[in-house]
Each structure stands twice: as structure tokens, then as C-alpha cells.
Design a protein around this ligand. Structure first.
Ligand code: NAD
Length: 500
């Protein structure tokens, strides 16, 4: 039976794609194709950019307060439709409904932050920077902004980008992951219902062709990207080549350092959620435990016990803790990495390969997997697995743990578990990672702080949302002014002016 084909969203309308290429959107719990998505072609994306460009002058002139009222209505509609968005995210991604609803909530919080744009857009002012001279700065919108998002947070990651960009007076073209396009299209409809003028927000699901059009089009001024490190690097280099402002967030390998004085049960519970929630397909998942000193034995025993109790199944079943991974191809990659861990000498404590979920034999399931005695040369340490696989490395000292974390090329998030304030303080001071948790396993900053890693986890300068997001989506203009009396003379000099 033929499956429904999703539209694009251009200039406030559902729009049929001109592309002849389509991708299947699959329910990963059943392996069934549930709908198809057009892979937007160059013409489609160009139309979306043109719509956004045409909408920009009027949106820029709309006062921040009026823009903010529309965002406030959008917030209310997102709240009303939270369950529907969570259902779409769960159906296309596989994560549990409760987990999906939590991530929609974290996205809504960015909209709540963006509602404060009239306050956030205030510049600075200083009187008498010279005699009779004042200086002030303004934050002005840039124009057409674009976002390219990954499969693992179908609603939240797009909401890291477009609400704030639009609140700042820009217009936006979003290219969501072709694997999970429905939340973005639904959010576009809700934004229109909230009163957003046509053309301010456009959605063009697609693949490399759509991305490359955004990267090279002269009317696109900024690129926000979230996805894997090789693509993030490509996006950063290409968009910079075309003179665009870029923030490109990449992959991760997040370590939890567990010191011997950590509260054992609390720590084991926290790591479980962080490792296996969303089947490990979170950029802030804890995938690596660094157990310091003699805590390893007891910790691994507890993790094993808890991992083996997790219920794996379809995300929309109430008793399920962990859903499938995104695709058959990704499942096979994860299983291949587990095989490599065994072959390279790690101890496989809990094996999630070959799991059967009765009634869902065609789903893309991998069971919770736990490795102990992993070393830094093994592929399961070196690669981002992005699945429900937790690895434990044992080290003798805290110094060794810090060195290990700081030597990893990824630097998105990390956490320390300890009851020592001094050890925690040393961690936050010395660790070279963008987001740090102290007895907090997934330290995702709230919307009013900024989200982003360091090193190979972020290419660009400014992180997402919070004030860094505001600075990313605006240009600062500094104005120096003087109002002379009719009788005043200007100092006529060719010397470099100094005001002080
Ligand atoms: P991905 O890099 O494969 O895809 C991300 C986006 O880029 C998608 O929209 C995709 O269509 C597009 N894309 C893919 N290949 C491309 C290419 N060759 N040229 C141009 N565009 C291309 O990532 P994914 O598999 O969708 O998501 C998982 C990855 O995202 C993981 O590595 C994860 O760590 C990362 N991630 C990072 C963060 C973060 O905040 N740092 C957050 C979420 C996910």
C-alpha cells in the first residue's frame, strides 16, 4: 500500500516538493515504513530561502514585543500539543513516550526564554565616554538564518534554533533530519496558528542536496547545525568558505568519573538513566565510566544488575524502559562495535546482541550492553557508538582520570560523582569539556544558559540558546554620538582621536 507523502512548508503553506527523490520514514519498533518524505531539491530550498528573504523586512520592523506575543501563543500551542509532538517523535525515533515528552518540554523552555527577547535584545549604553559624547550598542537581526538538525531529538534540537532566531527578528529555513521530519512540519503549522506571518519560518526536509543549497546560497546569513562530527566539520568549513556565521555542534563521548567516595547506589542509578535512556542516542548520554580506585568492582556489579532489569520494547508501551535504535543500519553498526569490543579483549558483562522483542521481530532493537576492563585503544572507546552500550575503564588515581578525559578529542559533556567538594571543584576547574555535571549525569544547561561542547564537539564560537544564542542570531552595532552647540568647533586634527 502506498504511504502518505509529507509536504514541505514554504511561505506558510504545505507545499509539494519538486523533487523526484523521496526517503522512507520508518517506525523503528516495527521496521515498517509509515510515511515518505520528499528530499527537497535545490529549487525547493531556493524557494524557501526566497520566501524567508521576502518576509524579513516586515518581520524585522515588527516590534520585539509584538514578535514576543506571537512566540508566547506558540508556546501555549506547543504545551497543548505536547503529547501529539511526543507521539510523533516517539513513532519516528523509537524513544519512549515519556522520554519524548520530556524532550519536547526542554524545547518549550527555549521558546519561553525566547519570549523574553525584548529584554534580551537591549544593548549597552555609556554616557560621557568623551566630553559630551555618548556610546550605545544595538543588537540587530541578520536576515535569513538556517538550521540543520539530527534524528535524535525531532522536536527539541530544532527548538534550540528557530524560536530564538525568529524572536530576534530573523526569518528561518529549517532542514530537519529526513528520518524524523514530522515534528518540525507540525511545529510550523502551530507557529502559523499562533500568528506568525507567512515566510518567517520554512521547513524543507532533505539530505545533502538541501544542505549544500543552504550552505552556498548568498542570502543565507547563518548556519546552525547539530549532528555528527564529520558532517559538523564539513558544515563549518563550507559555510565559512561562503562567508556565513556558523555554529556546528558535533558528536560526543561523554565520561562519568566515579571517585571512591561517591554515593554508590545514587551514582549507579544516575548512570543507568544517562547511559541507556533514549537507547543511548543522546549527544549528552554517558557512554563511558571512568572508575577510580577500588569502587569499580561494586559499581560494575550494580550496573549489571540494573541493566539486566531494563525492559526493552516499543516506545509507546507503558512498561518499556528503552526503545529501539533508529535504523537497521545503525543497529548493525552498534552490534559490529560490540563484536569488536569482544575481539579486542574487553570483558562483556551484559550482552545486548540478538535481543528478541516478541511481536516486534522486525524492530531495530539492541539490548543494554555493558563492558568492563576497556582500554583507550579499543574501538568501543575511540568511536561514538550512539547506542545502548556502556563501557567501564578502570584507573588507579584521580589524576589519571582527569588526564584520560582531557585526552579525548570529544568534549561535549562530562560528570563527576563524588562526595568531596574539593575534588568536584578541581574537576570543574581542570576538565576541558563544555558542559560539566557534579553528581548530575546529564548536565544539559537550562534554556537561559547556553548549550555546547568544546573541541571536536563544536565547530564555531557561540553555543546554542541562552545569551550566546542571542549573540549568534544578532549583529551588534555600536553608535557614538555627540550633539554640539551651534557655537562649538570640532577639534580639527589629523591625530588619532582619543576621547578619554
Ligand atoms: P548526521 O550528522 O548524520 O546528520 C545530521 C544532519 O546532517 C541531518 O539533517 C542530515 O540530513 C545532514 N547530513 C548528513 N550527512 C550529510 C552530508 N554528508 N552532507 C550534508 N548534510 C548531511 O547526524 P545524525 O545521525 O542525524 O545524528 C546523530 C549525531 O548527532 C551523533 O553524532 C550525535 O552525537 C550528534 N548530536 C550532537 C548534539 C550536540 O549537541 N553536540 C546533539 C544531538 C546529536
Amino acid at each position: 500500500m502506498s504511504k502518505p507523502i509529507l509536504p514541505l512548508w514554504i511561505n506558510g503553506q504545505r507545499t509539494e516538493s519538486r523533487s523526484s527523490r523521496r526517503a522512507d520514514v520508518t517506525n523503528p519498533a516495527t521496521g515498517e515504513v509509515i510515511r515518505q518524505v520528499p528530499l527537497a531539491c535545490r529549487d525547493d530550498v531556493t524557494n524557501a530561502i526566497e520566501a524567508a528573504k521576502a518576509a524579513f523586512p516586515a518581520w524585522r520592523e515588527t516590534t520585539p514585543l509584538r514578535r514576543s506575543r506571537i512566540l508566547n501563543k506558540f508556546r501555549d500551542l506547543l504545551e497543548t500539543h505536547r503529547a501529539e509532538l511526543a507521539q510523533l517523535a516517539s513513532e519516528e525515533h523509537g524513544k519512549t513516550l515519556e522520554d519524548a515528552a520530556g524532550s519536547v518540554q526542554r524545547g518549550i523552555e527555549v521558546v519561553e526564554f525566547a519570549v523574553g527577547a525584548p529584554h534580551l535584545l537591549k544593548g549597552e549604553h555609556a554616557e560621557n565616554v568623551g566630553r559630551g559624547v555618548d556610546c550605545h550598542s544595538m543588537l540587530q537581526p541578520i536576515g535569513v538564518c538556517a538550521g540543520i538538525t539530527p534524528f535524535n531529538f525531532p522536536a527539541m534540537v530544532p527548538m534550540w534554533m528557530f524560536p530564538l532566531a525568529i524572536a530576534c527578528g530573523n526569518t528561518f529555513v529549517l532542514k530537519p533530519s529526513e528520518k524524523v521530519p514530522s515534528c518540525s512540519l507540525r511545529m510550523a503549522e502551530l507557529f502559523k496558528e499562533a500568528g506568525l506571518p507567512d515566510g518567517v519560518f520554512n521547513v524543507v526536509p532533505g539530505d545533502k542536496e538541501a544542505v549544500d543549497t543552504l550552505l552556498s546560497h548568498p542570502d543565507v546569513r547563518t548556519i546552525s547545525f547539530v549532528g555528527s562530527t564529520p558532517v559538523a566539520k564539513y558544515i563549518y568549513e563550507t559555510a565559512a568558505h561562503y562567508g556565513k556565521r556558523v555554529q556546528a555542534l558535533g558528536g560526543a563521548k561523554n565520561h562519568a568519573v566515579v571517585l571512591p567516595d561517591a554515593a554508590l547506589d545514587f551514582t549507579a542509578d544516575a548512570i543507568m538513566g544517562a547511559a541507556y535512556g533514549s537507547a543511548g542516542e543522546r549527544c549528552m548520554a554517558i557512554s563511558t565510566v571512568v572508575a577510580v580506585g577500588n569502587i569499580a568492582e561494586a559499581l560494575v556489579a550494580r550496573l549489571k544488575e540494573k541493566a539486566e532489569k531494563l525492559v526493552v520494547g516499543p516506545g509507546d508501551r507503558k512498561d518499556v524502559d528503552m526503545g529501539p535504535v533508529i535504523s537497521a543500519q545503525h543497529r548493525d553498526k552498534i552490534v559490529g562495535l560490540i563484536d569488536s569490543g569482544v575481539a579486542q579483549g574487553a570483558t562483556l558483562v551484559t550482552d545486548g546482541r540478538g535481543i528478541r522483542v516478541p511481536g516486534f521481530e522486525n524492530g531495530y532493537f539492541v539490548g543494554p550492553t555493558l563492558f568492563d576492563h576497556v582500554s583507550t585503544e579499543m574501538d568501543i572507546y575511540r568511536e561514538e557508538i550512539f547506542g545502548p552500550v556502556l563501557i567501564v575503564l578502570r584507573v588507579a588515581s584521580y589524576d589519571e582520570a582527569i588526564k584520560l578525559v582531557n585526552s579525548n578529542p570529544y568534549a561535549n559533556g562530562t560528570a563527576i560523582f563524588t562526595s568531596s567538594g574539593a575534588a568536584a571543584r578541581r574537576f570543574q576547574h581542570e576538565i576541558e569539556v563544555g558542559m560539566v555535571g557534579i553528581n548530575v549525569p546529564i548536565p544539559v544547561p537550562m534554556a537561559f544558559f547556553s548549550f555546547g561542547g568544546w573541541k571536536s564537539s563544536l565547530f564555531g564560537d557561540l553555543h546554542m540558546h541562552g545569551m550566546e544564542g542571542v549573540y549568534f542570531y544578532t549583529r551588534t552595532k555600536a553608535i557614538t554620538s555627540r550633539w554640539p552647540e551651534q557655537s562649538e568647533h570640532s577639534a580639527s586634527t589629523l591625530v588619532m582621536p582619543t576621547l578619554g
